[in-house]
Design a protein around this ligand. Structure first.
Ligand code: NAD
Ligand code: UGA
Length: 434
């Protein structure tokens, strides 16, 4: 088939990679000219393992074209996937400005029968408005469908080529058939439903994942107070196949461009349906307090011997890990931002290091000091604070780190190291829930 993907972000580029790799002709459209030019030259504007290689390959084989032109792409396509951002508005609801803008452009450029599929995450109710926009502008026959995306950053290609499920929210048999055919070569359960069920499936999935994480974080607090080890407890809990081990890792809380925004958007969606989603309010509350408690841990670890020290003036701290999770350079809603800001407010001097996200972080904190490696970062510091669970940090030479630090204090927000090993190495080691 010939398809158009609107939006060259994480979801749009991965969607373009998957469908071109499966042998379709794909146009990928973005409004940002520089981004399109960069992609034409084979450069992906962010770090996602394997993505650049697969896009380059498909461009070379002439199955994938990047463009800013709706007319040259949409008019030739049987299917259009809309993958633009739906960021949070100030009131927590989803801001659908980009989605409405993109849909209107698509509608104006329809020439023959086209299936318009929204992959962006958006609340129910608006599917009617989007369909009305298409109806108003379209001069050709069209159908409308929703097929949410479930990829995770850092493992986006693996997730997209090996999905657990493909959700097809489409009312007509014709639309369902097209989407089933297009996804034919991919594994995973097919869930065919109405559009609203597809939209709610997406929000319910993300908010359930957030709930698991906040539950793990709540258990970590209980373990800490009780003198138990949260890692052992959650290993025991997750060993029950009905619960599972994944998304039960305690830490500094969940961040990123999706879980925090989708929790708030789903709370707002529930309110609009006259349901008070208190469970999700607690999930969000636990997530926010996890950061506050972590900052307090840092303060206590550094000032324990100095009674009444309320601020961290004169303390030098290495911040290890800036991205919201490993294997990405994405800093959107990263927990590190809040921790860094809180430490700056307390007067600490910071040196930052991340294997991939330093350029993204410089856009947020241009005036802070950045190190070239984990070892440069910890040199002569009063402590090291770990915020992202990069594999590089797990494999780091801890003896060398101990020598380089001025004081052997590590506050670990991701439980990367064995507590006994850290004790034997002579660190004052604080982690989460143990
Ligand atoms: P993104 O911000 O990385 O990319 C969006 C792209 O759309 C940008 O390049 C932007 O320039 C472009 N765009 C905006 N308006 C446009 C228009 N009118 N025409 C063409 N291009 C336009 O966003 P993302 O992270 O890929 O997320 C997209 C959607 O998918 C969101 O709704 C998000 O919640 C959802 N989602 C994201 C992920 C993820 O891991 N990032 C996973 C699943 C679902
Ligand atoms: C998340 C979902 O996992 C995807 O399925 C979904 O498609 C995507 O949102 C989306 O809708 O955009 P993503 O935000 O890329 O994916 O990353 P996750 O792996 O979910 O991690 C989110 C945050 O939770 C990170 O800050 C991570 O460190 C944290 N996390 C994750 C934990 O603290 N503990 C865990 O056990 C797992």
């Amino acid at each position: 088939m010939t398809i158009t993907v609107i939006g060259a972000g994480y979801v749009g580029l991965v969607t373009s990679a998957v469908f071109s790799e499966l042998g379709n002709d794909v146009f990928c459209v973005d409004v940002i000219k520089d981004r399109v030019e960069m992609l034409k030259k084979g450069h992906v504007p962010f770090f996602e393992p394997g993505l650049e290689e697969i896009l380059k390959k498909n461009v070379k084989q002439k199955r994938l074209i990047f463009t800013t032109s709706y007319s040259q792409s949409v008019q030739k396509s049987q299917v259009v996937f809309v993958c633009v951002g739906t960021p949070p508005a100030k009131n927590g609801e989803a801001d659908l400005t980009y989605l409405f803008g993109a849909i209107e452009e698509v509608a104006k450029n329809l020439k023959n029968y086209t299936l318009v599929v929204v992959k962006s995450t958006f609340p129910i109710g608006f599917e009617n408005d989007l369909e009305s926009i298409v109806k108003k502008h379209a001069k050709a026959d069209f159908e409308f469908a929703v097929s949410p995306e479930f990829l995770k950053e850092g493992t986006a290609l693996t997730d997209a080529f090996h999905p657990d499920r493909i959700v097809i929210g489409a009312s007509s048999k014709r639309a369902q058939k097209i989407l089933l055919e297009l996804h034919g070569a991919l594994p995973g359960e097919r869930i065919i439903c109405d559009m609203r069920s597809a939209q709610i499936t997406k929000y319910a999935s993300n908010t359930f994942l957030a709930t698991k994480i906040s539950f793990a974080n709540a258990i970590s607090i209980i373990c800490e107070k009780a003198g138990a080890d949260v890692e052992k407890v959650l290993q025991g809990v997750g060993a029950d196949k009905r619960i599972g081990q994944s998304f039960l890792k305690p830490g500094v809380g969940y961040g990123g461009s999706c879980l925090p925004k989708d929790v708030n958007a789903f709370i707002a969606q529930a309110s609009s349906l006259d349901y008070n989603f208190d469970l999700l309010r607690s999930v969000d509350g636990i997530n926010n307090s996890q950061i506050e408690m972590f900052v307090e841990k840092i303060r206590t670890a550094l000032c324990a011997s100095e009674s009444n020290s309320v601020n961290l003036e004169g303390y030098k701290i290495a911040i290890l890990g800036l991205a919201f999770k490993p294997n990405t350079d994405d800093m959107r809603d990263a927990p590190s931002i809040k921790v860094i800001q809180a430490l700056i407010n307390l007067g600490a001097s910071l040196t930052l290091f991340d294997p991939k996200a330093m350029e993204s972080c410089k856009k947020i904190f241009p005036n802070l000091e950045y190190a070239d490696s984990i070892y440069d970062a910890v040199k002569d510091q009063d402590s090291a604070v770990i915020i992202t669970d990069w594999p590089e940090f797990i494999d780091a030479d801890m003896k060398k780190i101990k020598k380089l630090l001025r004081k052997p204090i590590i506050i670990d927000g991701r439980n990367l190291y064995d507590t006994e090993m850290m004790k034997e190495l002579g660190f004052t080691y604080t982690s989460i829930g143990r």
